[in-house]
Write a protein that binds this ligand. Structure first.
Ligand code: DAH
Length: 357
């Protein structure tokens, strides 16, 4: 009820009554004009507290006639109710304003992101893998794959590494627990330590389905070692294997292939060299290096002429066929090409690193 109505409703106006109406009018006007909640709190105590003018008037009522006291009491309650109602209404308006102000202050203008694509891109190692496939496909090679869980036979024995061969220690091998598998004895299943077992699978399949030799294939894939990650080692990394089997293949073909690859991948001003080395599955064996701008050499991978025992494991007669093979780390190659200091950066999923490639 507004103060005006209250005034009209009241027939028997007294001086005190007018004063009550005046207080009510003033309170309602000032409440309506209050601009924030603390001002409203101050008005609430000014007009409703014990020390307020209304409370003081009430205290002075004891001197009035009973009839008058009754009338004035009712008027005061009405006025009090009107002030309270006005306070509540204004409070709710101001609270809504506060929330609105906060919402618009905290809102983010995201329109600049509209239409921007954040689709991402392939990881630098995946891209390197794909680029390597492209280079070798351009040289007429097929892409082969093999399983990451291998048998000891494919991973070692067929590659001229019988069980007690000392060179097995060249690979820190992760063996699978086969105790739950019927008919598989312990130590028979490994996480492949290199992509070389795919050489054997490729030869056996070619012989089986009559598609080769000649074989010109590469096999990129993930490999595992029992290694602690550091700047130059990862326990899970990637290799690409090459295998060529044909008639009359020589070490010259191997050297020429490596040189062509290096020029294709790193640029025509780069060159390669072979250094004598040892691998059980090749004879002779070599490591191949690439030249660096400062006149030095960087070791990239291993290679050699496929060992006669390996050709036999693949179902081929070494008197009829000869071949070469090579293998190197894809991650390492990306590290060299992009000058990455620490191999672990490939695994950290740090967007600031990944965005650079
Ligand atoms: N498998 C070897 C390794 O992981 C790399 C390698 C060396 C592969 C010589 C080959 C090769 O095909 O001929 O260390």
């Amino acid at each position: 009820m507004s103060a005006d109505q209250e005034r009209q409703d009241t027939k028997n106006s007294t001086a005190v009554d007018i004063d009550v109406s005046g207080i009510g009018d003033e309170a309602c006007r000032r409440i309506a004009e209050a601009t924030d909640l603390s001002e409203l709190d101050a008005l609430a105590s000014e007009f409703l507290d014990k020390s307020s003018r209304l409370s003081q008037l009430k205290a002075s009522m004891k001197d009035l006639e009973p009839e008058e006291r009754k009338l004035l009491g009712a008027r005061m309650n009405q006025t009090r109710g009107a002030i309270e109602a006005e306070l509540a209404q204004r409070r709710s308006t101001l609270e809504t304003e506060v929330i609105q102000a906060r919402l618009s202050a905290e809102s983010l203008d995201l329109t600049e992101y509209l239409g921007q694509t954040t689709a991402g891109h392939a990881h630098v190692v995946t891209r390197t893998w794909q680029e390597l496939e492209d280079v070798f496909c351009g040289m007429g090679y097929n892409v082969e794959t093999g399983p990451e869980v291998e048998t000891d036979w494919f991973n070692f024995e067929a590659l001229n590494l019988p069980p007690s061969h000392p060179a097995r220690s060249m690979w820190d091998t992760l063996y699978l627990d086969t105790s739950d598998l019927d008919g598989v004895s312990d130590g028979q299943l490994v996480l492949r330590t290199h992509t070389s077992p795919v050489q054997i699978r490729t030869m056996l399949r070619a012989v089986r389905d009559g598609s080769g030799p000649p074989i010109y294939s590469v096999c990129p894939g993930r490999v595992y070692r029992r290694d602690t990650a550091d700047a130059t080692h990862l326990p899970v990394f990637h290799q690409i294997e090459g295998l060529v089997v044909d008639r009359g293949i020589t070490m010259g073909d191997l050297a020429g292939t490596i040189e062509t690859f290096v020029k294709q991948y790193f640029g025509s001003d780069m060159t390669s060299r072979l250094r004598p080395s040892y691998f059980p599955f090749t004879e002779p064996s070599a490591e191949f290096d690439i030249s660096t701008p400062d006149g030095g050499w960087l070791e990239v991978g291993g290679c050699g002429m496929v060992h006669p025992n390996v050709l036999r494991s693949g179902g081929l007669d070494p008197n009829e066929w000869s071949g070469f093979a090579f293998g190197f780390g894809i991650d390492r190659l990306a590290k060299i090409r992009y000058g990455i200091k620490d191999l672990r950066a490939f695994m950290t999923n740090d967007i600031r690193f990944l965005e650079q490639f």
